[in-house]
Design a binder for this molecule. Sequence first.
Ligand code: ISL
Length: 557
Amino acid sequence: MVYQVYPRSFQDSDGDGIGDLPGIEQRLDHLVALGVDVVWLSPVYRSPQDDNGYDISDYQDIDPMFGTLEDFDRLLAAAHDRGLRVVMDLVVNHSSDEHAWFRESRASRTDARRDWYWWRPAREGMEPGTPGAEPNNWRSFFGGPAWEYDEATGEYYLHLFSRKQPDLNWENPDVRRAVHDMMTWWLDRGVDGFRMDVINLISKVPGLPDGEVHYGAYGDGSPYYTSGPRVHEFLQEMHREVFAGRPEKLLTVGETPGVTIEDGVLFTDPERHEVDMVFQFEHVGIDHGSSKWDVKPLRLTDLKATFGRWQVGLAERGWNSLYWNNHDQPRIVSRFGDDGEHRVASAKALALLLHLHRGTPYVYQGEELGMTNAGFTSIDQYQDIESLGHFHELVDAGVATEEQMLVALRAMSRDNARTPVQWDASEHAGFTTGTPWLAVNPNHVTINAEAERADDGSVFHFYRRLVALRHDVPVVALGDFHMLAPDHEAVYAFTRTLDLPAPTEGPDGVASAASTASRDELLVLVNVGGAEQEVPPEVLAGWEGAEVLIATHDDAA
Ligand code: ISL
């Protein structure tokens, strides 16, 4: 299991209200108790923090807010001592505009690093710097145009995210070499792999064509940068240059918004040497209407359809990652579950559903406690650049009222995932002695790690059991997946099956797997509705008397 730490909200050690590296070290035993194998650290590099560290100004240093390189080495050693591996976030679709590379690139049109980023003149016949004169019509992920005009040199640079996150030009081999060198530097320091931020956006279609306009002044450029023409070539080159031949066991996972199953197979087929797995986004898009702010209720059959297709699609070649939450998604118990009266049962049911699929499970900090959405009621409480950008863009364009946007943010804002981890019932939840950078959820008085670790029936202990089951029971880790009752609107049911070979001694004493000795089968049944459910008889047929491995309620039989 991979556990994601979002450092600024995990644990503060120096009272400045922001989590830091020594804070993470203090809490490693919580991760060991949960059974974590690998820790993924969201970015801790030097950064102006325009997008909470996803805007990096020095890839080979730690931001003072989080500590020093010595603190990092100490954390890494402490993690390794406990058998935990540590994976870094790799953010190389873009850098910060304060990175030395970009400062040089913007210095003049003839600078040696000009071509390290995407510089383009104004649209033909338009006055540079005037509305609509951008080189194309792409909207940025955070609202507004994807281009920023630079008066000094009279050209625009591309930024798919904020204007402080200029896109690196991966067409330029020097850029790729610099990234490879930086990655090698971290691996030599002892890190165990990378989670690669928006790695399927690094290759753009030449010519950067205009996108379709769905609303407002800007178009959707995603067909021209999602899993673009050279992305597989770039990842294979990275594998050759950085990973091939390294003796240690490493983990690579690509964050790939908009990825299709066909591309997912290409990215993760071990024979192609790209990445071990990808984060796909289909299941976290099924409650989106025309945008993520147009929130639709969950239809369980949609969830089954998408998970089912990914399970089948990557069954023969490739490998799935399994996640509900990360620092960009609302809390799952608030989103697809019930964060009120049935919070504990609901968090456990959702955990069970996800963790018994085939793939590598990811747990985002606080998910193992059943933490809920932030519950903010006013725009001043939000800090996320995406939340603020979209709030102002949609309200100003008259697409939504302030009240509508506040309702939407309450459900979908990325800040829902970013409130500090609730360690105990004390004033700031044990997160800090200072003022937390983002408000602690008042429900920490009842929902917190200290209380849950003392309660065997807690969400925490349920996650711990699920993780142990995956470690101990081969069919959970490896079994084939088969969906049952795909049309049922409340019961999620599937089987996992694993043929266990009969070891036979060959003449040379080498064990070989010639025949099947036995078959391990698992039936997973989850009631995702709010009321009692009859299990469809055809699902239960043949399972009478089967052993119960794990259940969300003690009385399950
Ligand atoms: O959060 C999203 C939807 O609301 C996504 O569009 C998100 O921006 C996208 O998945 C990319 O995310 C990653 O790169 C961003 C950064 O802001 C996110 O935190 C990161 O996970 C830019 O680096």
